[in-house]
Ligand binder design. Structure first.
Ligand SMILES: Nc1ncnc2c1ncn2[C@@H]1O[C@H](COP(=O)(O)OP(=O)(O)OP(=O)(O)O)[C@@H](O)[C@H]1O
Ligand SMILES: [Mg+2]
Length: 500
């Protein structure tokens, strides 16, 4: 790609010489005597370098440089003068010039300084980028904050007006973080993100007001997890360099996202282990506590009989404290579990329909098929806890839908075995399935493989089915899908209630 150089000097002869030399060096040159024309040019497109004469009227080189920098902040500028003193050189550099050239030009000096200005520009950008990414990688590990840092760093290291990080969630592209000015058109940015994700490569699209949109996919593990999208103003035309930079950046961002995922998984793993331990400890405490309470009551009664009121009061305090402890233990073991069932007449198929339509509204993966295969032999109404079962089935259906890629299918089947009075509800998906490792842990409290998951759904579903005296079984093949079967024994509905 040809690099573009802007040259401004009020001396026509010098302008001509420079134009020729720079063209011979392979640059595309815009040479002008008019500072206003230079400003107009940079409003229209981007330059890689500017050579400005120091003494010009009405606008001198330093003021022109500042005006140019207001429009293109990182434009390397070489200030030229015939009357160079060390003071003016220092002043120019302090105010943002890259270097200083004395007229008449020594051919090699011109070439060397231009070469250095162009190389340093890249180097400075890369250094800034690395710094920003380094900070991102070492930041807190909370996903939202990592993405914010990525967006911020992108805006700071490129000449973008804004940056939005999209993340794929439940098949939906959601803007997770943004930096810079607010976007003019979300759909344009989202469409660019999608296109880049489909392509698996950074791509450029036309943006609003003649600007450009550049999107780079965030490749995490197997596929794209989102995209980093920047929008540049009209005068900044993204070069191959920019695309490369963005690709590099997005791959670094993907590393940060992956690390955060790992960290979150680690945390949820630790939480799950803690949850398991708490439940086990509570369980172990339950029986001894019940014994302790019994002994304390005996002691209290005996002391009362013997007329030892002081002792009896002490014994009472012991049993009171034991009761408190037992309540705490109950709370821990019953975590996520309904304390008891409130059975009422439930129309099973209607309840399933309700769960399906609610789950559907929460999912926007395209082209998903939902099939219902209801056995007409299933009793129209059954004595169940509708509220708890709704929670359980909603979660099972959501899990199924969440696992589906576009074009996937979820099937809800019911069956009735009259001989055993057993109702089976099968929720089957053609989704991602699970590894054996995941399958072994799905009922653990807080176990989740989803960035926004709480990891409670399966544990709740199983305890609800258990409380109904039923059983929940899960079969899954990674890459093929999952089948969850809830088997519920139905108690006969008393005639009185059946007709109510
Ligand atoms: N149908 C399914 N297909 C693939 N994986 C599943 C399915 N159902 C459950 N899982 C796995 O089991 C894990 C635990 O599921 P669970 O419903 O308990 O929590 P979650 O869905 O991650 O979070 P939430 O609390 O929001 O439901 C999931 O993260 C997922 O890895
Ligand atoms: Mg779930």
């Amino acid at each position: 790609m040809t690099r573009r150089v802007l040259v401004v000097d009020d001396d026509a002869a010098i302008l001509e010489v420079l134009e020729m030399r720079l063209a011979a060096m392979g640059f595309e040159v815009l040479a002008t005597r008019d500072p206003q024309a230079a400003l107009g040019a940079i409003d229209g497109s981007r330059f890689d370098l500017a050579l400005l004469d120091l003494r010009m009227v009405p606008m001198d080189g330093i003021r022109l440089m500042e005006a140019l920098h207001a429009r293109q902040p990182r434009l390397p500028v070489l200030i030229m003068t015939a009357h160079g003193t060390i003071e003016t050189a220092v002043d120019a550099v302090q105010r943002g010039a890259f270097d200083y050239l004395t007229k008449p030009f020594v051919r090699d000096e011109l070439r060397a300084k231009i070469g250095r200005a162009l190389a340093t520009r890249r180097w400075a950008r890369d250094r800034e980028r690395l710094l920003a990414v380094g900070q991102t990688l070492s930041s807190s590990g909370v996903m939202e904050r990592v993405l914010d840092a990525v967006a911020q760093a992108t805006v700071e290291t490129t000449e973008a007006e804004r940056c939005v990080v999209f993340q794929l969630q439940h098949g939906r592209l959601l803007p997770m973080a943004s930096a810079g000015s607010p976007p003019r058109s979300w759909p344009d940015l989202e469409a660019a993100a999608r296109a880049a994700m489909d392509k698996g490569l950074p791509a450029t699209f036309p943006g609003s007001d003649n600007g450009s949109i550049v999107a780079a996919p965030l490749l995490v593990q197997r596929g794209p997890a989102g995209a980093l999208v920047i929008e540049t103003p009209a005068r900044v035309e993204p070069t191959e360099d920019d695309l490369e930079l963005l690709a590099l950046f997005s791959s670094q961002a993907a590393v940060a996202i992956r690390n955060t995922h790992e960290l979150e998984r680690l945390r949820s793993g630790a939480l799950a282990a803690l949850g398991r331990m708490a439940t086990q400890v509570a369980h172990e405490l339950k029986n001894p506590l019940a014994g302790l309470r019994l002994y304390a009551r005996h002691l209290e009664q005996r002391l009362v009989r013997n007329g030892d009121t002081e002792g009896a009061t002490l014994a009472q305090k012991i049993s009171g404290t034991v009761d408190d402890l037992a309540a705490v233990v109950n709370e821990i073991t019953a975590f996520g579990r309904p304390p008891e069932l409130h059975r009422g007449l439930v129309a099973v198929h209607a309840l399933l329909d309700e769960c399906v339509s609610f789950a559907q509204a929460r999912i926007s993966t395209e082209g998903i098929g939902i099939l219902r295969v209801y056995d007409p032999a299933v009793p129209a109404q059954a004595l169940l806890d509708g509220r708890e079962l709704r929670k359980a089935f909603l979660n099972l259906i959501l899990n199924g839908l969440e696992s589906l890629a576009p074009g996937g299918r979820l099937t809800v089947t019911t069956g009735w075995a009259a001989d055993t009075r057993a109702l089976t509800i099968t929720i089957e998906d053609t989704g991602a399935g699970m590894s054996e490792e995941t399958l072994a842990r799905i009922f653990d409290l807080f176990f989740t493989t989803k960035p926004q998951g709480t990891g409670l759904g399966m544990a709740i579903a199983r305890s609800v089915v258990d409380l109904h005296g039923g059983a929940l079984t899960v079969d899954s093949v990674a890459g093929r899908g999952t089948r969850v079967v809830a088997r519920l024994p139905l108690e006969p509905v008393p005639a009185r209630e059946g007709t109510a």
